[in-house]
Design a protein around this ligand. Sequence first.
Ligand SMILES: C[S@@+](CC[C@H](N)C(=O)[O-])C[C@H]1O[C@@H](n2cnc3c(N)ncnc32)[C@H](O)[C@@H]1O
Length: 344
Amino acid sequence: MDHPGDVENRRRSAGEQVHGARHTPTQPLVIHYAQSIWQSNAAARLLQIAGTIAPGDIRGRIFREPTSSSTVPGLVLRMLEDLEVEDGMRVLEVGTGTGYSTALLCHRLGDDLVTSVEVDPDVAARAATSLAQLGYVPHLVAGDGLAGHPDNAPYDRIIATCGVHTIPAAWLAQTRPGGQILATLSGWMGSSELARLTVHEDGTASGRLLGGQVSFMLARPHLPPALGMLPDTRDGYERGAVVGADILDDWTARFIAQIAAPRGQRLQFGDEDHLLVDVKVGTWALLRRTGDKWRVRQGGPARLWDDIEEHIVQWRHDCTPGLEKLRVTVTPDRPQHMTWSTRS
Ligand SMILES: C[S@@+](CC[C@H](N)C(=O)[O-])C[C@H]1O[C@@H](n2cnc3c(N)ncnc32)[C@H](O)[C@@H]1O
């Protein structure tokens, strides 16, 4: 049981260390901060797997994906720097998790300016307990953060510590003009990047990717659909491929491919065969390597690999710009748009 004095001491020492960490972002200081905050409550660090199990409940190898985890402290601090918060700003955080980044936001801005939404009620309840033990009482909401939280809008900043496939329209609507959204854009082929967007008077948002190969678990409603029955790849049209599927092993190229085929999912069979499928549209592309050459067979109402090749060829022609050269535009009723600049 915490005494009010203990909470106050812990809060003050956390505060001093956050202040230090913001000016001297060294890893040991950050790790020390993380330990001092959470050591008193080990349960707060628990991951959740497949939406149901806490790791302490099981022994042996885990085969399914974690569904909640504590973000590595260095990344949390980097994101808080990227968020460019100032005194008096109202912030919505999506993905409370352990409450670690929520605690830092509360310390920086004060509890009343911080709203944090966590989709999983068990995880949300645990975070609420941990935060209260540290003396923080922000607005905590159990629900789908992709819908934002209109009750406390408009926000000056929205920060997501889960990845999103596309920026939700609700976030645009709930950010005041001039405000910023910081979120990781994640594709279904496994490449992602942190984006910082400014919301404009007309309700659109635009900005750049920030670089660093930032990756987060996807927001649950944005997880890829089940592949179901795989397509009959004997159908379709075959040709020699200009670009081989091995291009998808590169993080940046894979992100470019995701722009071309936003709903594409990739399956690999050995080193030779790669299948890309867009379940919604019903398109597919099978790439097969023979020696040093690739052939592609495509089926469905569109040509998945043609689109990817076209983007990759243009990206190579533009001297393979890094993801920090990509500009993102989001309009509420249109698909998210990304282009790259060839200027330095
Ligand atoms: C990487 S964890 C967050 C880590 C947190 N920043 C921390 O340091 O503990 C991502 C969290 O996002 C949550 N999440 C996933 N989809 C969500 C959604 N649609 N709305 C709100 N939270 C979501 C997950 O349950 C998970 O707890």
